[in-house]
Design a protein around this ligand. Structure first.
Ligand SMILES: Cc1cc2nc3c(=O)[nH]c(=O)nc-3n(C[C@H](O)[C@H](O)[C@H](O)COP(=O)(O)OP(=O)(O)OC[C@H]3O[C@@H](n4cnc5c(N)ncnc54)[C@H](O)[C@@H]3O)c2cc1C
Length: 497
């Protein structure tokens, strides 16, 4: 009898071991933490996803790449401009990606989230958040902290843990500040809310530029497309990664930007003469310098490209330079002073001097009495081939003649046609500057992340700039709030696995 019992027990133990082996596939890690809804990224999209989970009574955990001071990605660097759009505008701008009902739901959800933000202390005056993007994001942080939702700062997600056959997502692998791994199981699912990829020069080049170009980024350096890359690794499809889903911002001083590690904008004076032109290495103008490119998604003259064999010379207007005169320098700061947008201003990285002298002394702007000297100094500063000085003289003369006649070869408005005076001259290499990207992961109406065939990847959702599921082209903060809410809502309704 004893032998039979021992045999039965041995068989039971063997069965348990076999069952355990079946239940724990080799790719499944030992989990360190778990939550029903795991949110990756603590911007406005991630915050609203976590809030939805919390309000649905399921557990949630946010993992955030940056430390507390620099968390929030684009949001705290933004201007906090809020402009609610109509249902029709949302529908139209989605370019067939939304039904009328989905546009209505997005509109309603945006308004609910904004009302909630206002109830939590957000003040909006003239469509602008009090405290700009920092003020907007502070409200998000305080409200989420007030709910007791846990945020693990300095814990970037580096990999989605998914079934290699079905792609069903089980959790995320994160890296902790001390370099160790943290495996977080998601009982219901994962919401990726990591923001855009504008800081990832490799992705920007692959998606948007025929050749690598030097550009500056107005937002945060955390925007490296991590969510997009993690999801792509398990089969997510992409959508809207065309030139029409990156937004331009303006131009930045290259030397200053390189030195400060973030975009230091070039600005024309708000008052006073606009005696400046942009030129390429040939010393030729190529655009209306006053063309408003902030938030523009259009083709840009500085990206004009020649790929004709055997002429091929790529982006023939890059590198580009600004040339201006003493009158413009004297008229006021030609960089951001007491400004309210962009990483450099919102994090007090640099405040431009009132009279531009500090920047001339730092060598961010080159000064010279003659065009020949200017061209020489500019080449020494930039390390580029010198601008053709004779052509530049002709270009300035032609531009000045146009100013006298009230006409311009590039259609610049007469209001801005101020002639460039005799020396001293000022100049700098300037970089095209990007605000953010909004395309990325392909999404369904509930924030489901879709594969290339349009099938949802089980238990994977995303929201915000990692790929606004609806590709709304005309709104960002509200879109992030609303898509975060929708994705968090859908994810928290799932049965746990
Ligand atoms: C200069 C500037 C001005 C703007 N002005 C406006 C404006 O006035 N109005 C407007 O509507 N929109 C504006 N925008 C756009 C707006 O800020 C964004 O669309 C919005 O913040 C997107 O929200 P999000 O939550 O998707 O991403 P983000 O706000 O970028 O947040 C993403 C978060 O994910 C984190 N993260 C990234 N990778 C990981 C990882 N691997 N693991 C964990 N966490 C990660 C980041 O650190 C960050 O905290 C502006 C943007 C910029 C850059």
């Amino acid at each position: 009898m004893k032998k039979i019992i021992a045999l039965l027990m041995a068989l039971m133990m063997l069965g348990a071991v076999v069952a355990l082996a079946e239940e724990t596939p080799s790719w499944m890690p030992t989990w360190d933490r778990d939550a029903d809804v795991v949110v990756v990224g603590f911007g406005p999209a991630g915050a609203m996803a976590a809030r939805a989970a919390y309000e649905n009574g399921v557990s949630t955990l946010i993992v955030e790449k940056a430390n507390k001071e620099f968390a929030g990605g684009s949001a705290p660097t933004s201007m906090g401009f809020i402009k609610p759009y109509s249902v029709e505008e949302i529908f139209d701008s989605a370019q067939g990606r939304l039904t009328k009902e989905e546009a209505q739901r997005l509109y309603d959800t945006e308004n609910e989230q904004l009302d909630w933000m206002v109830a939590n202390g957000l003040k909006i005056t003239n469509s602008t958040s009090e405290g700009y993007g920092r003020g907007f994001y502070d409200v998000v942080v305080k409200a989420i902290e007030g709910m007791g939702i846990e945020v693990l700062y300095e814990t970037p997600a580096v990999q989605l843990i998914a079934d290699p056959i079905t792609s069903e997502v089980y959790g995320v692998k994160c890296q902790q500040a001390d370099g160790s791994d943290l495996y977080v199981r998601a009982n219901k699912g994962v919401v990726l809310a990591t923001g855009g990829y504008a800081a990832n020069k490799d992705l920007m080049t692959r998606f948007h530029f025929a050749d690598m170009i030097d550009y500056a980024l107005a937002g945060a350096s955390t925007q490296t497309g991590d969510g997009l890359l993690m999801a792509a690794k398990i089969g997510a499809g992409l959508d809207g990664v065309s030139n029409q889903q990156i937004e331009w911002y303006g131009y930045s001083y290259k030397t200053a930007t390189d030195e400060m590690g973030t975009a230091i904008l070039h600005m024309g004076p708000s008052l006073g003469p606009d005696s400046r032109i942009f030129v390429n290495t040939k010393g030729e103008r190529f655009m209306d310098e006053e063309m408003y490119i902030v938030h523009s998604k259009c083709e840009m003259p500085f990206l004009a490209y020649d790929g004709t064999f055997p002429v091929y010379n790529g982006y023939f207007n890059l590198p580009m330079y600004v040339i201006f005169d003493q009158a413009m320098l004297d008229a006021g700061p030609v960089g951001p002073r007491d400004y309210w947008c962009g990483f450099a201003s919102m994090y007090n990285v640099y405040n431009w001097s009132e009279d531009n002298q500090a920047e001339v002394e730092r060598g961010w702007i080159v000064k010279a009495d003659t065009i020949d000297e200017l061209v020489e100094k500019l080449a020494a500063q930039s390390g580029n081939a010198p601008i053709d000085a004779e052509n530049l003289k002709k270009t300035i003369a032609a531009y000045n003649e146009g100013c006298a006649n009230g006409t311009d070869a590039f259609g610049r408005s007469e209001f801005y046609l101020d002639p460039i005076g005799d020396g001293p001259y000022y100049a700098a290499q300037i970089l095209p500057t990007i605000v953010y990207t909004i395309g990325g992961l392909q999404g369904g109406p509930n924030g489901e992340t879709l594969d290339w065939e349009g099938n949802p990847i089980p238990r994977l959702y995303h929201a915000g700039d990692v790929g606004q599921p609806t590709k709304i082209l005309i709104q960002a903060l509200q879109g992030a709030l609303a898509t975060g809410r929708i994705a968090g809502e859908a994810c928290s309704q799932l049965e746990s696995h």
